[in-house]
Every structure is written in C-alpha cells, then in structure tokens.
Design a protein around this ligand. Structure first.
Ligand code: GLP
Length: 233
C-alpha cells in the first residue's frame, strides 16, 4: 500500500486526478467508480481536465435497493449529476435498484464486471471500514450481493436524506472479490471521522471485521488522505 498524505481534500484530489491521467495514458479503458462526498473533488478535477472517457466504460460499486434511477438519492442520479453529464463515458454501468429479480440482477452485474475487467478502481471508506457496501463481516471472496446496511452506515448516510427512516436498508454492492481483481486501486479518505478506519485499514490486521484491510493484500493500492484522515497513523 502506498500512502500519500496531503494538506487537504482538494490537494489530495489533484493526486487522484493524476493517477486517472496516468491510467488513461497507459491505455486504461474500464474505470470502477464510487459515490459519497469523498470522490466529489476528484470528479471535479476530471471534469475540469481534458481527459476523454468517451471510449471508456465505467462500473459503479453500488446502488440502493428499491430506489429508482431518477430519485435524487439514487447513486445513478448522483453519478449523472456530478460526472457523467459533464464527462460522458461510452457506457456506464450501475446496479438497477428497481430490478424485479435480485438474483438475476446480481448475475447480470457479475457478468458486466467479468466482461470488463477493471483497470482502475476508485474507493471511499465508511467509518466502520466498509468499501462499496461491503460491511464488516462480509466474506472477502464475495462478488456482487445485496448487503444489509449497518446502523452506523444508515446513520452516516442519513445526511443525504430528509429523515433517517428514508435511508434504504439494503443496497446492491460489488463484492470484495471483484474489487480485489481491479488492476489498480485508489482509496480516498478525508476528515477526522475517517481516521480510525484508515488506521485499521493500513496498520491493523487483515480481517473481515475491517473490510478495507483486505487492500493490504492487493499489489497496487494508493491511499490518498488529507492530514485529518491520516492523524491516527
Ligand atoms: C457509502 C458508499 C461508499 C462510500 C461511503 C463513504 O456507504 N457506499 O462507497 O465510500 O459511503 O461516504 P462518504 O464519502 O460520503 O464519506
């Protein structure tokens, strides 16, 4: 794991952008993308840049179950708003939160990932160490699945909803098995409320109790932090 600490989120995001740029220059065509407040500044850098993704594929990590793509809380809506409307990709995949048959949707998403091996995967991290929606206890070899969100994740994501009861209780998530097959991974974490999770991910034992700790076993991971998120290292 290579850990890079910058003064603030903005400066760290410029590093994130540079890694995207190098990947594009070396021929990367499939990008795994994340939602949440963390990647927003990196997406801003991509939008401002002259990088061209019109011949590239994006595959998102996750989507809430039961939320339609036009709902402004859906991850599809988020991605359109902050990235795809400004920097289009040839094709952008997300799980379908309204899929009638979850088992079929899981199979479909696993096929999408198998057919498009991810060159560069961008990740955030939850306060409990989750990546995507792989909550603590999720087996490391799991692929796409429906995850039951923990109370801490529901509470953390409630800020995007009017009432905490409105936060969906389940989400489709790419599994850790699939994330680990990505050629290169960037994990970004900003702010003091991520410092514990970051310390456990980087310095703690590799354990399913801290899903992000599995990244210690990946050969090419860059962890991009601001000073606050790095404060417990
Ligand atoms: C959600 C997403 C994760 C994200 C995490 C952190 O749970 N499923 O992909 O990393 O939130 O979000 P934020 O970046 O807003 O702190």
């Amino acid at each position: 794991m290579k850990v890079i600490v910058k003064k603030d989120q903005q400066k760290a995001s410029v590093e994130g952008y540079k890694i995207f740029k190098e990947a594009v220059q070396s021929g990367a065509k499939v990008f795994g993308l994340a939602t949440g407040s963390t990647p927003l500044t990196t997406y801003d850098e991509l939008v401002k840049s002259d990088l061209d993704f019109s011949d590239s594929i994006s595959i998102n990590l996750d989507e809430y179950v039961g939320i339609s793509p036009d709902n402004d809380q859906s991850y599809k809506y988020f991605m359109n708003k902050y990235l795809f409307s400004k920097k289009p990709f040839k094709k952008s995949y997300l799980p379908d939160g309204l899929a009638k048959d979850p088992k079929e949707e899981i199979k479909r998403y696993d096929r999408v990932i198998a057919e498009h091996p991810i060159d560069l995967q961008l990740l955030g991290i939850g306060r409990n160490g989750h990546i995507g929606f792989n909550e603590p206890g999720t087996p490391f070899d799991l692929e796409t699945h429906v995850a039951d969100l923990t109370d801490s994740t529901i509470e953390a994501n409630a800020r995007f909803f009017e009432h905490v009861e409105d936060v969906p209780k389940q989400a489709y998530s790419m599994g850790i098995g699939s994330i680990m097959k990505s050629k290169k991974i960037i994990l970004e974490a900003f702010g003091a409320n991520k410092a514990d999770a970051v310390a456990k991910m980087v310095e703690g034992p590799v354990t399913e109790d801290v899903p992000a700790s599995v990244l210690q076993k990946h050969p090419d991971v860059v962890v991009l932090l601001d000073e606050a998120a790095a404060s417990k290292l």
